[in-house]
Ligand binder design. Structure first.
Ligand code: NDP
Ligand code: 8X3
Length: 250
């Protein structure tokens, strides 16, 4: 089999675009997410390389272990892991935030990333080879009003990525982090709990990044020579200067 890439959150947005872009580069794809129908659609779209779809919730450590812990032999030599599954849930002050939203963000964005990584690492360590790309955020670099726990989850991804890079140095495994600004995906629909009108306002008045821009970057990062690691990349729309400063022409 060709090189293998595992992409979490492959049913939508950045993860889906990345799975498609890596497949176009010849990577066999393990596509993970919760929405089976979307995984099947993705599989049907990729015709040039083998695709394995895995349906699990990254919050459920037994399910992660079951899906990834005993992969068929031909799928175990994972070269690239893109830890992308994640979302913001709500945008509320610390005094009015929902505990369920906080659980979701910390459980998915932080613990889910850890569960998946921990399960995959034995395959990479055995081969002394691999590249892990964690999707952080500009929200992991700067906090903003009402971003509190989402920002906390992405600051955690930043810290964990840096720590992983140190711990895995001797194992021959590269660890990179991609920190996007505003990307037009289903992200805001999820954050605003299906309020599509409100979600649309996030991307109005300027040209946001598209999921394909992130996929391009990730393909570039994982196809560098063996001695090169693009360790951290902050990628913003040209119209964005910081987490909250966006040149909107409304
Ligand atoms: P989308 O909402 O479009 O995609 C999120 C993906 O995560 C989906 O495929 C979803 O799959 C998956 N996912 C969510 N919860 C779970 C779960 N519990 N178990 C398994 N999979 C899950 O958003 P984006 O593509 O924008 O987000 C991808 C990553 O990029 C996230 O980590 C996000 O924080 C980060 N990011 C996004 C930015 C943006 O502006 N859009 C900016 C900075 C970072 P399913 O529902 O099928 O399980
Ligand atoms: C997503 C970007 O600015 O909404 O991580 O937090 S932002």
């Amino acid at each position: 089999m060709s090189k293998i890439a595992l992409v979490t959150g492959a049913t939508s947005g950045i993860g889906k675009a990345t799975a498609l872009a890596l497949a176009a580069q010849g990577y066999s794809i393990i596509a993970a997410g919760r929405r089976t129908e979307r995984l099947e659609e993705l599989k049907a779209q990729i015709t040039n390389v083998p695709v394995l779809t895995l349906e699990f919730d990254v919050r459920d450590k037994e399910a992660v272990q079951q899906a990834l812990g005993s992969l068929p032999e031909e799928w175990q030599s994972i070269d690239v892991l893109v830890n992308n599954a994640g979302n913001a849930h709500g945008l509320a002050s610390i005094q009015s935030g929902s505990l369920d939203d906080w659980d979701a963000m910390l459980d998915i964005n932080v613990k889910g990333l850890l569960y998946v990584t921990h399960t995959i690492l034995p395959y990479m360590i055995e081969r002394k080879k691999g590249h892990i790309v964690n999707i952080g955020s500009i929200a992991g670099k700067e906090v903003y009003a009402n971003g509190n726990v989402y920002c906390g989850s992405k600051f955690a991804v930043d810290a964990i990525s840096k720590a992983m890079r140190i711990d895995l140095l001797q194992e021959g495994i590269k660890v990179s982090e991609v920190n996007p600004g505003l990307v037009e995906t289903e992200f805001s629909e999820v954050r605003f709990k299906g309020d599509t009108a409100r979600a649309a306002t996030v991307y109005q008045g300027y040209q946001p990044l598209q999921a394909e821009d992130l996929a391009d970057l990730i393909v570039f990062m994982v196809t560098r020579p063996a001695h090169v690691n693009l360790a951290e990349v902050l990628i913003l729309p040209a119209a964005q200067a910081s987490a909250t400063i966006v040149d909107k022409k409304l």
